[in-house]
Design a protein around this ligand. Structure first.
Ligand SMILES: Nc1ncnc2c1ncn2[C@@H]1O[C@H](COP(=O)(O)OP(=O)(O)OP(=O)(O)O)[C@@H](O)[C@H]1O
Ligand SMILES: [Mg+2]
Length: 226
């Protein structure tokens, strides 16, 4: 069972004067199929926290354990492979490659492992069916609507069967209707894949779809109704 443990994370950024303290000790745990929304004002450190959990940046202190592995103990190449295999990312800006088709974009995370196996192409097609883009596989990202681009980004994030799905403002560029559709799809896909989902958002609508909600405030995470 995939499990995420976040223990006493702190993050400081050096400045010319005193360091900027963004996270002052964040701890929580999630098991597979559980999800969490992180809310908080602009600049409160939500993206910073997500980047630490996503192993894109090291914490100043504290520890992350994903499936029993502490990414801080991995060498750079092992870490890149671990991230590629275990973590799927969805950002506010879809980040799709403009010259690749939707299908090719979904397969991008497989390229690090050498030639793409036929089974992966089959899985990419399956994921595109499940996000409702079966008939858009050969389109370029510019030929998709904003909501469709985010749905393609969700399929891409899941191609390697990650145990952890991280989404930073995934509906930030969408209208309310498409925001709701993308939010529902994220939760549905997360459940089907038995992954853990963490969503950072300003949207109350999206946060309400998660079982747990936390607010990041003054560098600490406060859970709602707990
Ligand atoms: N690499 C960095 N170096 C220095 N300061 C940074 C760095 N990254 C972020 N910060 C600062 O840390 C604070 C938190 O930034 P972060 O991007 O995590 O906020 P956020 O909660 O995601 O905000 P938003 O809702 O606007 O996306 C900000 O004050 C930002 O200026
Ligand atoms: Mg942010």
């Amino acid at each position: 069972m995939p499990k995420l443990k976040v223990e006493h994370l702190t993050k400081q950024f050096p400045t010319r004067t005193d360091p900027l303290i963004v996270l002052r000790g964040v701890s929580f745990e999630l098991k597979s199929r559980q999800n969490l929304a992180i809310l908080g004002p602009s600049g409160s450190g939500k993206s910073t926290l997500l980047n630490l959990i996503g192993t894109l940046e090291p914490p100043t202190s504290g520890r992350i354990l994903l499936d029993g592995v502490d990414p801080a103990t991995l060498r750079p190449r092992q870490l890149a492979a671990f991230r590629n295999r275990q973590i799927g990312f969805v950002f506010q800006d879809h980040g799709l490659l403009p010259h690749c088709s939707v299908l090719e974009n979904v397969l991008v995370p497989c390229l690090a492992n050498g030639p793409v196996e036929p089974a992966k192409i089959e899985r990419a097609s399956l994921l595109l069916r499940r996000v409702g883009l079966a008939d858009r596989a050969e389109h370029r990202p510019a030929e998709l609507s904003g909501g469709e681009r985010q749905r393609a980004a969700i399929a891409r994030a899941l191609i390697n069967r990650p145990s952890l799905l991280l989404a930073d403002e995934p509906t930030g560029n969408l209208d309310r209707t498409n925001g709701r559709l993308v939010g529902e799809l994220l939760v549905e896909m997360q459940r089907q894949e038995s992954a853990i989902l963490i969503v950072v958002t300003h949207s109350g609508q999206l946060a309400e779809m998660m079982a747990r909600r936390c607010e990041l405030d003054e560098g600490r995470l406060r859970e709602e109704n707990k």
